[in-house]
Design a protein around this ligand. Structure first.
Ligand code: 5RP
Length: 223
């Protein structure tokens, strides 16, 4: 099975965690797109979704799935999202699709995080995938210097020759060369730096379940 087929497999498998009659939290990315497509097949059984990005909102609405403002929903039973990396404790690196801030917000309002990923995303130590960090532009140089002191090499994410602008009007820096051996401590520390909007380590908002697409089928990891 190729990577795209593995994503389809886990996107469909995630339907088992959607609670009938409720609103589901929906992440962002190519794996989540497969989930959204599958969700359309049971759209009459749910109230709708809280979305973590403009891109997912567009896809959900195009398929006839109502999208609710996160402020209008007190708690979600489940949030379904992909990851760039996940370790054996359910800690993740996210933000490859630049949606990390809203993803962390929806994850925080959800009782359970179900991560859907193909097996290439499972790692022992986070940090091989360049770490995305959403920042206030006027702080980017200072934040990049702080990462350099930790041994990381940071650069501003570009799109069409200019810094990428997130759904929140901010920028993303991607940091290579980090070895994140204590994700909880790392997330706590970097989140406190002035100008950091969101660090792409999801350790406080970790996954409880990971549906991992493998050549032998979907493996369920519980954390
Ligand atoms: C977007 C994300 C995605 O979940 C992550 O990048 C994985 O994406 P994909 O399913 O396309 O591999 O964090 O901000």
């Amino acid at each position: 099975m190729n990577q795209d087929e593995l994503k389809t497999l886990v996107g469909q498998a995630a339907l088992q965690y959607v609670v009938p009659g409720q609103i589901v939290g929906v992440g962002t990315g190519s794996t989540v797109n497969k989930f959204i497509d599958a969700l359309a097949s049971i759209k009459d059984q749910i109230k709708g979704a809280v979305s973590s990005s403009e891109a997912s909102t567009v896809r959900l609405k195009a398929l006839g799935i109502p999208v609710f403002d996160s402020n209008d929903v007190s708690e979600l039973a489940v949030y379904i999202d992909g990851a760039d990396e996940i370790n054996h404790l359910g800690h993740m690196v996210k933000g490859g699709g630049a949606a990390l801030t809203r993803e962390k917000i929806v994850a925080a309002q959800s009782k359970m995080f179900v991560c859907i990923a193909d097996e290439s995303k499972l790692v022992n130590v986070l940090g091989v995938f360049p770490l995305p960090v959403e920042v206030i532009p006027m702080a980017s140089a200072r934040i990049m210097a702080q990462f350099a002191q930790m041994g990381g090499q940071a650069q501003i994410r570009m799109k069409d020759g200019a810094p990428l602008v997130t759904d929140n009007g901010q920028q993303i820096i991607d940091v290579k060369g980090l070895k994140i051996s204590d994700p909880v401590a790392f997330e706590t520390q970097v989140s406190q730096w002035p100008g950091v909007v969101t660090v792409g380590v999801f350790a406080h908002q970790k996954a409880q379940i990971c549906l991992l697409g493998t050549s032998d089928g979907v493996k369920t990891l519980k954390f």
